[in-house]
Design a protein around this ligand. Structure first.
Ligand SMILES: Cc1cc2nc3c(=O)[nH]c(=O)nc-3n(C[C@H](O)[C@H](O)[C@H](O)COP(=O)(O)OP(=O)(O)OC[C@H]3O[C@@H](n4cnc5c(N)ncnc54)[C@H](O)[C@@H]3O)c2cc1C
Length: 309
C-alpha cells in the first residue's frame, strides 16, 4: 500500500485549490476524483462571480484550475473513495482510504467531496429521474429546444438554471412552494424581468405525470386549493442539496443533514482529517468559498504534518 503525506478526496474547486496550496507548501499530494475534475463547477454554463475574470464558463475555470494544480505537481487518480479508516484505529500515523480499487493511505486527508441535488421523495420522481427529470440544465437543456419546461425550487440554483434554460426552451415555468424566493435579490430581480419565465408561487407538487417519460406535473395552489396540470416534457429539480459524506466514519462529526463540522483550521473531529467546500457545515456554498476553504484546509494539513515530522 503506497503511503502519502496528503490525499485530497474530490477535484472540485475546493480540492483543486487545496492541491495547489499544499504543493506550494512542499507537501506531496494525491487527488482522488471519481468523475472529472471541476465538480459542480464544470456543470455551470456562465460564471460571473469568480473575482477578476468577468464572465467565464464552468468548463474553462475547471480546466484552468486543474492545469494549475497539475502544474504545481499534484498527482491525480480516477477512483471513488468508499470508506475512510482513521489513523487512531491502529495504522500508525496513517489514515486508510478504501476505494473501488486499491487501498491507499495518507498522514493527512482533505475531504472535498461536495454536494448533490435532491429529488422529490416519491416513487414516480425516482423512476423518472433521467427520463424527463433532470438536475442539470447545462447538461440537458438542449433536449428541450423550442419546448416548455418546468423548474422546481426557489434558491439561487433554481433561478439561475431557469434563466439559462430560456436559451433553449420556448417557455420556462418556475414552480416554488413559498410566496417568495430564497435566492439573492439581484438574481430574483433579473429573473422577474425575463419574459420567457412564468412564475408559479405557493404551489405544491401533487404528482409527476407520465409513466415511462415525464409528461407533466400536477400542482395544487396552497392558498386556493385549486389543482392544475402543467404539461411539460422536462422538469429540472433544484429543491435543495445534501453532502457526499455518507462514506465517512462516525468519529467525524456531522451536523443535521450530514454536513461535516470543522474547527477554524477546517480540521474535523478526527485529527489529520480536514473538510473543505460544499461538503462542510457552512453558510455559503459557492466556487469562491470552496476555493477559500481549499486553501485553509491545505494550510491546516500543512501545520498538522509539520507537527508529525
Ligand atoms: C448548476 C450549478 C450552477 C452553479 N453556479 C454557480 C455559480 O455561478 N457561481 C458559484 O460560485 N457557484 C455556483 N455553483 C455552486 C458551485 O459549483 C459549488 O459551490 C462548488 O463547485 C463546490 O465546490 P466543491 O469543490 O466543494 O465541491 P464539488 O464542486 O461538488 O466537487 C466535489 C468533487 O468530489 C467528487 N467526489 C464526490 N464524492 C467522491 C468520492 N467518494 N470519491 C472521489 N471523488 C468524489 C465529485 O465527483 C466532485 O468532482 C453552481 C452549482 C451548480 C450545481
Amino acid at each position: 500500500m503506497t503511503e502519502r503525506e496528503l490525499i485530497i478526496i474530490g477535484a472540485g474547486p475546493a480540492g483543486l485549490t487545496a492541491a495547489m496550496y499544499a504543493r506550494r507548501a512542499g507537501i506531496s499530494v494525491l487527488v482522488l476524483e471519481r468523475t472529472i475534475a471541476g465538480g459542480q463547477m464544470r456543470l455551470t454554463g456562465e460564471i460571473e462571480n469568480w473575482p477578476g475574470l468577468g464572465v467565464t464558463t464552468g468548463e474553462e475555470l475547471s480546466e484552468s484550475m486543474h492545469n494549475q494544480a497539475m502544474g504545481f505537481g499534484a498527482e491525480f487518480m480516477d477512483t471513488m473513495v468508499t470508506g475512510l479508516i482513521p489513523a487512531s484505529k491502529g495504522s500508525g500515523p496513517f489514515h486508510t482510504l478504501k476505494t473501488i480499487g486499491e487501498d491507499l493511505s495518507a498522514k493527512a486527508v482533505i475531504v472535498a467531496t461536495g454536494a448533490y441535488h435532491k429529488n422529490l421523495d416519491s416513487r414516480k420522481a425516482q423512476k423518472l429521474a433521467g427520463r424527463g427529470i433532470s438536475f442539470c440544465a447545462i447538461c440537458d437543456g438542449g433536449f428541450y429546444r423550442g419546448k416548455e419546461v418546468a423548474v422546481i425550487g426557489g434558491g439561487n440554483a433554481a433561478l439561475e438554471q431557469a434563466m439559462y434554460l430560456t436559451n433553449h426552451a420556448s417557455r420556462v415555468h418556475l414552480i416554488h412552494r413559498r410566496d417568495e424566493f430564497r435566492a439573492h435579490k439581484v438574481v430574483a430581480e433579473r429573473l422577474l424581468r425575463d419574459p420567457k419565465i412564468v412564475t408559479h408561487l405557493n404551489k405544491e407538487i401533487l404528482d409527476i405525470l407520465g409513466e415511462d417519460d415525464v409528461e407533466g406535473i400536477r400542482l395544487r395552489d396552497k392558498k386556493t386549493g385549486e389543482v392544475t396540470d402543467l404539461m411539460v416534457p422536462g422538469i429540472f429539480m433544484f429543491i435543495g442539496s445534501a453532502p457526499h459524506s455518507g462514506f465517512l466514519p462516525a468519529e467525524i462529526e456531522r451536523a443535521e443533514g450530514g454536513w461535516i463540522v470543522t474547527d477554524r483550521t477546517l480540521q474535523t473531529t478526527v485529527p489529520g482529517i480536514f473538510a473543505a467546500g460544499d461538503v462542510r457545515d457552512t453558510e455559503l456554498r459557492q466556487i469562491v468559498t470552496a476555493a477559500a476553504d481549499g486553501a485553509l484546509a491545505a494550510m491546516g494539513a500543512y501545520a498538522y504534518l509539520e507537527g508529525l515530522r
